[in-house]
Ligand binder design. Structure first.
Ligand SMILES: [Zn+2]
Ligand SMILES: [Zn+2]
Length: 216
């Protein structure tokens, strides 16, 4: 599975819930150690285009124009390139970059032109199975539109390549995942990057919060 969907879901499940003891701390008692205080300082520079306090409405389309869509996103920076075999084959090059979207906000024109690809995992082995993720694409021009997985029904992942507006921010640093799957000919993007054999440390939401790019 790509896109760190597992980590996204984990981060939602792990969202801290305030406890009563938090509210009963005496006012004069330090509430955090210097170490925690240092860790809480976030020096990342915000992404100007995403400085609003509302989710960004992304507008996308396929190449032939038969499908148009919009979706709200709290995690709109195209920072994570997945080099797994599915993302390379459907992306047509070194991989795919997906954004995070709010599935209930999805609006589609030209639904009848959409087809869905459910990837075959471990093809030709005893472990062969169909992935739960569904890649939606235009059946007229083959452009990839978004990925949806019913295991995380509140999320949808538009392909960055399908987005027309607003112009997406260029990530200050890329994250490249699934290097274990990268053929030698595929070159990684220029500039600063973190690379991982499988998945990175942060979910889409965690990365955006750390980099002051989360809008909600
Ligand atoms: Zn992938
Ligand atoms: Zn099309």
């Amino acid at each position: 599975m790509c896109l760190n969907l597992f980590k996204v879901a984990e981060s939602i499940r792990r969202r801290p819930t305030p406890t009563l003891s938090f509210y009963f701390l005496p006012f004069n008692k330090p509430t955090c150690t210097p170490r925690l205080a240092r860790r809480s300082v976030n020096t990342a520079k915000p992404y100007p285009a995403y400085s609003s306090t509302m989710p960004v409405e992304l507008h996308g389309s396929c190449h032939c124009g038969a499908v148009k869509f919009s979706v709200e996103s709290s995690t709109p920076v195209p920072y994570q390139l997945c080099l797994c075999s599915i993302c390379r084959k459907v992306g047509g090059a070194g991989g795919s970059i997906n954004l995070g979207g709010i599935s209930k906000s999805l609006k589609v024109e030209g639904k009848e032109n959409i087809s869905v690809y459910k990837a075959v995992l471990n093809r030709g082995t005893p472990q062969e199975k169909i992935a739960s993720s569904e890649r939606n694409f235009c059946k007229k021009c083959s452009a990839m539109l978004w990925l949806y997985d019913k295991s995380w029904p509140e999320l949808i992942h538009p392909f960055a390549s399908a987005i027309d507006s607003p112009e997406l921010e260029s990530p200050k640093k890329m994250v490249c995942i699934q290097l274990q799957s990268k053929p030698a000919w595929v070159r990684l993007p220029e500039g600063e990057k973190d690379v991982y054999d499988v998945y990175g440390d942060l979910s889409l939401e965690e990365w955006h919060k750390k980099n002051k790019a989360f809008v909600a």
